[in-house]
Write a protein that binds this ligand. Structure first.
Ligand SMILES: Cc1ncc(COP(=O)(O)O)c(C=O)c1O
Length: 467
C-alpha cells in the first residue's frame, strides 16, 4: 500500500507545476463519481487509490502550484507529507509527556526554536494547535482570564463588560473568539486604520478611554502582523506602549505574517514582538507546512495555565513529577492532539532556518516585483502598499465609465477559470481588489510575469463577455 501511495505522491509533486491550478467541476458531477451507500464490504486498496487519483487528485484546487495566489495558503512540502504518514502510522496522541514522551519533547523543542526564530522570550510557553483561528482563540482566552475582575474560568464573566480592540482589517477569527468566549462579538471594537491600512494608534487610544469612561473594562488589544486582506503590519511596538499604559493584554495575530520576522527585509516590523503577551502563528502558512498546524505562544506560562488547566481522575498524572508530569491540555483547549511537531521538526532539520528565511524573503520580493510590474502599466493600479507578500490591485482602463468592481470581479473569475494562475479577492477601502498572496517556495519572478499576462487575457475575456 505504501509503495503504491508513494508513487502517487511522487508523481503528484513531479507534475504539480504543469497542472491547471483548478479544473472546473460541479458538486453534482463529483457526487455522481462518489455517492454510494456505506460500503458493506471492503475493496482492494489499488482500486481505492484509483478513485483518489481520478477524483481527488483531478478535482482539487492545487494550493502547491507556483501560481496559486489565493487566500493565505501554504503549498505543503514533500518532507512534511512523509512526516504526516509516519505520524499517522505511529498514532501518538500528544496529550502530555506520559502519552508521547519523545513527541512531547519534540514539540517543546520546536516551540523553543520558534521563539528563537521570532525573537520571543525564551521562558514563554507555547504549543501547536490546529491553526491560526484556534491560536487566536487560545491567546484571547488567556487574556480574558488574566484581566477579568474575578475568576472568569470558574464564575464566568458575571456581568463584566470586557472589551477588546483590533483594527477594522483584523481577521474574523478574532470576532469569533470574542463570541465563543462569552465576551460578545459586539464588544470587539473596530479600530480605524491609517492610509497604509495599519492600526491607527490615536483611534485605539480614543476608543479605550471612551470605553473606560463608559464603565467598560478594556482588556486586550490584538495587533495584526500581516492582515489577511492586504498584509498590512500594525505597529507592534507602539501598540505595546499603549497596551502597557492602559493595562491591556497584547495579542499579536501573526498567523499570516509572523514568520516573516525571519526575512531580513521584514524583520523591522517584528522588532518588538517579544513584548506581546501572546502570539498566534501558523506554520501551515509561511513555514510551508500542510494544513493542520498552528501555534500559540504565551509570554507568561502561568497565565496560560490559569485559563486552561484542568484536573480529573481519568487524566491524573500518577507517579511522574517535574518535566515528566507536563500536560499540553494545561495550555490550550485540546486534549487529544495529533503529532504535529513531526512535520515541523522534519522541515526545520531538513532545510534549516536560513533557507526558510531566504524563501520568505524571495516571496516578498516576488510580491514587490509584481507591484512594480503593475505600477509600470497604464491600465492597472495597486490598491494597497505591499508590506509583506500580499498584493492588491485592479484593472482600471483610462476613461472607463462602467462598474469597476463588477468588471474586476469578472476578471478574477476568468483568471480562476483559465487554470494557469489563481487570484482571490479583497475589498480595499470599499473597492473590489484582485488579491494575491505569495506563500510558496516554488514561485519565481517569472511566475509573476505570467500572472500579469494571465490577468491581461482574463481582462479580454471579461470585456468581451460583457458585450
Ligand atoms: C491574519 C490571519 N489570522 C488568522 C487566520 C486564521 O487562520 P486559520 O485559517 O489557520 O484558522 C488567518 C487565515 O488566513 C489569517 O490570515
Amino acid at each position: 500500500m505504501g509503495r503504491a501511495a508513494l508513487d502517487l505522491v511522487a508523481e503528484y509533486f513531479d507534475t504539480l507545476a504543469a497542472r491547471a491550478v483548478l479544473r472546473p467541476t460541479t458538486s453534482a458531477a463529483l457526487r455522481r463519481r462518489l455517492d454510494e451507500p456505506a460500503p458493506s464490504a471492503g475493496e482492494p486498496f489499488a482500486d481505492l487509490l484509483g478513485t483518489v487519483r481520478e477524483v481527488v487528485e483531478e478535482f482539487s484546487r492545487h494550493n502547491g502550484h507556483p501560481r496559486f495566489f489565493g487566500y493565505v495558503s501554504s503549498p505543503g512540502m514533500p518532507v512534511a507529507a512523509m512526516g504526516s504518514m509516519i505520524a499517522a502510522a505511529f498514532n501518538i496522541n500528544v496529550t502530555c509527556w506520559r502519552s508521547g514522551p519523545a513527541a512531547t519533547e519534540m514539540e517543546l523543542l520546536c516551540i523553543r526554536w520558534i521563539k528563537e526564530m521570532l525573537g520571543y522570550p525564551a521562558d514563554g510557553a507555547g504549543l501547536l494547535v490546529s491553526g491560526g483561528s484556534m491560536a487566536n482563540f487560545a491567546g484571547i482566552a488567556a487574556a480574558r482570564s488574566a484581566k477579568a475582575p474575578g475568576n472568569v474560568v470558574r464564575d464566568g464573566l458575571g456581568g463584566a463588560r470586557m472589551r477588546l480592540y483590533a483594527s477594522e482589517e483584523a481577521h474574523f477569527s478574532i470576532r469569533k473568539a470574542a463570541a465563543m468566549l462569552g465576551i460578545g462579538a459586539a464588544n470587539l471594537r473596530s479600530v480605524k486604520t491609517d492610509a497604509d491600512l495599519r492600526m491607527d494608534l490615536a483611534d485605539l487610544d480614543h476608543l479605550v478611554r471612551q470605553d473606560r469612561d463608559a464603565g467598560h473594562l478594556p482588556f486586550c488589544v490584538v495587533a495584526s502582523a500581516g492582515t489577511a486582506g492586504t498584509g498590512a503590519v500594525d505597529p507592534i511596538g507602539e501598540i505595546a506602549d499603549l497596551a502597557r499604559a492602559h493595562n491591556l493584554w497584547l495579542h499579536v495575530d501573526g498567523a499570516y505574517g509572523g514568520f516573516a520576522a525571519m526575512a531580513p527585509s521584514a524583520r523591522a516590523f517584528f522588532r518588538r514582538i517579544g513584548e506581546a503577551d501572546s502570539v498566534a502563528l501558523d506554520p501551515h502558512k509561511w513555514l510551508y507546512l500542510p494544513v493542520g498546524c498552528g501555534c500559540v505562544l504565551y509570554r507568561d506560562a502561568a497565565a496560560a495555565r490559569a485559563a486552561f488547566s484542568e484536573n480529573a481522575e481519568y487524566t491524573r498524572v500518577v507517579g511522574l513529577e517535574g518535566d515528566e508530569a507536563f500536560a499540553f491540555w494545561d495550555y490550550g483547549p485540546e486534549l487529544s492532539r495529533p503529532f504535529r511537531a513531526l512535520d515541523l521538526w522534519l522541515l526545520l532539520k531538513s532545510v534549516g532556518t536560513e533557507a526558510i528565511g531566504q524563501a520568505i524573503e524571495d516571496n516578498i520580493a516576488c510580491a514587490k516585483y509584481f507591484a512594480d510590474l503593475v505600477s509600470a502599466t497604464d491600465d492597472f493600479e495597486m490598491l494597497a502598499p505591499v508590506d509583506l507578500s500580499i498584493f492588491c490591485f485592479r484593472y482600471r482602463p483610462r476613461g472607463f465609465a462602467g462598474d469597476l468592481d463588477a468588471l474586476n470581479e469578472r476578471v478574477m473569475l476568468e483568471v480562476q477559470r483559465g487554470g494557469s494562475s489563481y487570484l482571490s479577492n479583497a475589498r480595499v477601502r470599499g473597492a473590489f481588489a484582485l488579491r494575491g498572496c505569495v506563500l510558496n517556495y516554488r514561485t519565481t519572478k517569472r511566475d509573476m510575469e505570467i500572472l500579469l499576462e494571465d490577468v491581461r487575457s482574463a481582462v479580454g475575456q471579461a470585456l468581451s463577455s460583457a458585450k
